[in-house]
Ligand binder design. Sequence first.
Ligand SMILES: [Fe+2]
Length: 203
Amino acid sequence: METIKPALHHVTFKTTHLSQMVSWYRTVVGLEVTFQDDNNAWTTNDQANHRIAFLSVPGLSDDAEKIGHNGIHHSAFEYNTFSDLMSSYDRMRREGILPAFCLDHGVTISLYYKDPEGNFVELQSDNFGNWKESTEWMRTSPEFKRDPIGTFFDPEKVFQAHAAGRPFDSLHPAMRAGDFLPDTLPGIGLPIPSSAEMTEPAL
Ligand SMILES: [Fe+2]
C-alpha cells in the first residue's frame, strides 16, 4: 500500500525551566502561547495550533552529559531571505542573544543558537531561494558529498559586510572559501575529540 505522508507538525521538549524556555523561544522565533498551565505550554508562530510544546512535570532533571547522549541535536526554522536572517541576528544580538556557532552548509546559511537548556536551534535561509533547487544540489553536488557540514563563519563579520551592502551572491562564495572564519573554531555540540564542550556544564 502507498505510504500516505503526514506533514511534520511539532516538536515537544521535556523541560525543568518552563517559563525561561517559553520566553526564550518567543524572543528568538516569535512563538506565542496557544495554551499554558502550571506544567505545560503549547506555542506556535504560524497557523498551526502548536509547533513547539513544553512538558515540565515533576521528576525531570537536567542532563549533565547532553552532548554525549543520544537525542535531538537541533530544531530549525527557516527565513524567506538571507536578509531576514541577518536582521534577526541583529535584533537578537541587541538583546545579548548570540549564536553558538555558524555554518555555511552550501545548501543554507545557518546560525545555531543554544536555548536555556542547551538544545540547539538553527535559524537558516536557503542559499538557492527555493527547496527544489537546494534539494537537487544536496542530492547531486560533489561539493556537498565532499563536505556536508560546510564552512564556519563569524556572524558579526558577515552581518557587517551585509549591512555595508555586499550582495549575497558575492558573500556566499567568500563565506564558503573561509573569508569570514571566526577567530577560534567553535564546537558543534557533538562529542568529537578536542571539543571543549565535553566538559561544559549543562545549563
Ligand atoms: Fe539542520
